[in-house]
Design a protein around this ligand. Structure first.
Ligand code: RP5
Length: 163
């Protein structure tokens, strides 16, 4: 596939190896009926693809970008520098530093370029999907209703008794 995909929420990641983590972002989006697209876009290995993606996403129907990367994780910040869209960053756990490198790379943005950084790993990816849905729900009352029901369902699934 040579064409970059664009959807209301577009999820990009630095490598195919990030997918097992980033796939978690698709779960709340699927549950809540929010359309999404996915692609591998590497800040280091495919810099031109990153520039094309980041500079055109807002003209192609994307409203929120989720960007995940590990190690020297420049992807979310570089995309944020080139788009007016909100960028949610997911630090993927790395091989040698368990994600501390990814977290600090993504969270320590200079003033003037914002990335909404989530937790390291699968929970962060899941919450990135949830956060994207919450952002879109600001202008979508039906989605907001589904979000409220989703939350109620989550609460109802937590039992009082310890087994
Ligand atoms: C980053 O380098 C990717 O986001 C990935 O987390 C990490 C390792 O990539 P691979 O060597 O597995 O392709 O750019």
């Amino acid at each position: 596939m040579n064409q970059l995909p664009f959807e209301k929420v577009t999820i990009v990641m630095g490598s195919q190896s990030d997918w097992p983590t980033m796939e978690m972002a698709t779960k709340p989006l699927t549950d809540l009926g929010v359309p999404f697209a996915t692609a591998v876009v590497s800040a280091h290995r495919t810099p031109q693809r990153m520039v094309e993606f980041a500079t055109t996403a807002h003209e192609r129907g994307t409203q929120v970008i989720i960007a995940g990367a590990g190690g020297s994780a420049h992807l979310p910040g570089m995309i944020a520098a080139m788009t007016p869209l909100p960028v949610i960053g997911v630090p993927v756990a790395s091989k040698f530093m368990t994600g501390m490198d990814s977290l600090l790379s993504i969270v320590q943005m200079p003033k003037g370029v914002a990335v909404a950084t989530q937790a390291v790993g699968a929970s962060g990816a899941f919450n990135a999907g949830l956060m994207a849905a919450q952002m879109l729900s600001l202008t979508d009352p039906e989605l907001q209703k589904r979000l409220i029901a989703w939350r109620e369902n989550q609460s109802a699934g937590v039992p009082f008794e310890v087994e």
